[in-house]
Write a protein that binds this ligand. Sequence first.
Ligand code: S3P
Length: 448
Amino acid sequence: MAHAASPSPLSSRAGRSLAGRIRVPGDKSISHRSLMFGAVSLGETRIEGLLEADDVLGTGAAMRALGAVVTRDGEGAWRVSGLGCGGLLEPEGVLDFGNAGTGSRLTMGLVAGHSIAATFVGDASLSRRPMGRVLNPLREMGVEVIARSGDRLPLTLRGPKTLLPITYRVPVPSAQVKSAVLLAGLGGAGITTVIEPIATRDHTERMLQGFGADLSVEIAEDGGRTIRLVGRPELKAQHVVVPGDPSSAAFAIVAGLIVPGSDVTVENVLLNPLRTGLFQTLLEMGADLVIENERLSGGERIGDVRVRSSQLKGVVVPPERAPAMIDEYPILAIAAAFAEGPTVMEGLEELRVKESDRLAAVARGLETNAIACREGDTSLVVEGRRAGVKIGGGTVATHLDHRIAMSFLVLGLAADRPVSVDDTAMIATSFPSFRGLMEGLGADFFEA
Ligand code: S3P
C-alpha cells in the first residue's frame, strides 16, 4: 500500500448552488467483508460495485497474501476464488493495511481462526489506534499475540491449533470488535456467542448468513443483541452487489443542505437502519431530505436521497444513536454550524479512537474557522449561526483523517471565507472520486 509521500492541501469556497444526481462509490464496510468472506468460501465470489479505494484494496491484497485469488474482470467486477473456511495460508510478507481499521481488525479475526502466523502493519494513524479491544477476546480464544509497543501495530498473531469458541460481551459499541470475534469463531468447533448491549452495524451477520453460515441473532427488548455462530461452516461463494456508501453520500447531502439554492440527489445509497442515524438527525434539524425510489437489493434497503437547501435548527442528538452515525459526526458538525441554535452531541467517546481523535480534530477545525463550539470529554456542542460573525478563513489540520478533510472542504462551500485543509491525499482511502463528484455538482475547490 502506498503511504502518501507529500501532503496535498486543498481549499474550497462558496460560489454556485449545487445541483445534480450522483452515485457515490460502494459501501466500505460491505466491500471489505465481500473480499474477506469470498476468501474463506468455496468457489468464486463475484463482487459488483466494490469500493476501489486504498482501504479496501489493502484488504484485497491481504486476502491474496493469505492465498485467495483476487482479480478485477473486464466489466469492473471483482472475483475472489476462495479457499473455504479454515483454508487460509500463512502469508510470506507482512500484511500492510495502510489507514484501515476495519481491514486490519477484521483480518485479525480471520487469521485467528487458522493455525498460521501473520504480521500486521499500518500507517502512522493506524499504528496509534487501540488493537487491544480485538486482541483481548482473540487471546481468550487461544491466539498468541506478539506486539512491540502495547497492543498497537505492528504486531504478529499466531492462531492456535484448536480455537476455543467463547461467549464475549463487547465492552465498547464496535462492529469491528464484534466482527473480529465472529470471524475468529468461524475457525472453532462449537458455538461462538457475541453479546452487544448496543446494536452496531450488522453487515457481518447479514453477509455471513448470505454466505451460508449458521448464525442467529436474538434481539432483546432494550435493543441489545446476542449473536450465535456455529463454527466451521461450509461457506459458499456469492454474487454481491455493493450499494452506495451512506458515509460517503453524507458529504454531498450536507453540502446540498447548507449551500443556498441547491438540489442534490445521491442515488443508490445503502439505508440499513444501523447506518442512517445522520439522515434521521438531519430530518430532526428540519432538512428537506426525502428518500426516493426505495427498494431492496441483496437483502438491504437502498434508495435515492434527495436534499434541497434548508434552514436547519440545532438539536440534541441522543447518545444511543451514536453507533448508527459514528462516522458522520464530523460532517454533522458542519451542518450544525449553519443551524439556528446549538446542536448537542453526546456519547462520542469512540470518536477519540478513529483515524484521528475526531472529537478534537473537529473542534479545532471549527474554532479555526470562527465557529463556536465546546468540546467535552465525550461530547461536542456546536453553536449555530451567530449574527455578524463571518465564518471560514482557516486551515484545518486533518491528522491523516479522510473524513476530517472532506467535512471541512464541505464547510468551505457555504462559509463566508474559503476554508483550507492541510492534506487531501488520504481521501483516497475511502472516497477517491470525492473531488470530481463534488465538482460535478458545482463545488468550487482550488489549490491555494
Ligand atoms: C466499521 C465499524 C466502525 C466504523 C468503521 C467501519 C465496520 O468502527 O467507524 O468506519 O465496517 O465494521 P468501530 O467498530 O470501531 O466503531
